[in-house]
Design a protein around this ligand. Structure first.
Ligand code: ZN
Length: 110
């Protein structure tokens, strides 16, 4: 897929898709308000599950949006964050338990 060049509405400078403001004149070219595009949603959900600590703030930002779709995205993200944190606590506990039983085993040998 070829990236379509975007032109700055102010100075007609070519700007890339990732630019929020024109690098030449500094004019804001992208609406920075939170969107609920499917890609963004998936990214947030992915982040929530695999890197929950990094997703907490974005999830809260979504929750505070006035429109219900954004709120829903925030709620799902929060649920994923909690699930992920609980799972990591559970796995850490299981790991520690198995380490402990191994240690007990070795202690028993001596
Ligand atoms: Zn410009």
């Amino acid at each position: 897929m070829e990236e379509v060049p975007t032109l700055c509405p102010n100075c007609k400078n070519i700007i890339s898709q990732i630019d929020i403001s024109c690098p030449k004149c500094g004019k804001k070219v992208k609406d920075t308000s939170l969107t609920t595009g499917i890609q963004k949603q998936f990214f947030l959900y992915f982040l929530s599950f695999f890197l929950p600590y990094f997703a907490i703030w974005p999830a809260i930002k979504y929750l505070r949006q006035p429109n219900p779709t954004s709120k829903k995205v925030g709620v799902v993200a929060i649920i994923l964050i909690i699930t992920s944190l609980l799972l990591s606590v559970y796995f850490t506990k299981t790991l520690l338990n198995s380490l402990n039983s191994k240690l007990d085993y070795y202690r028993g040998l001596n």
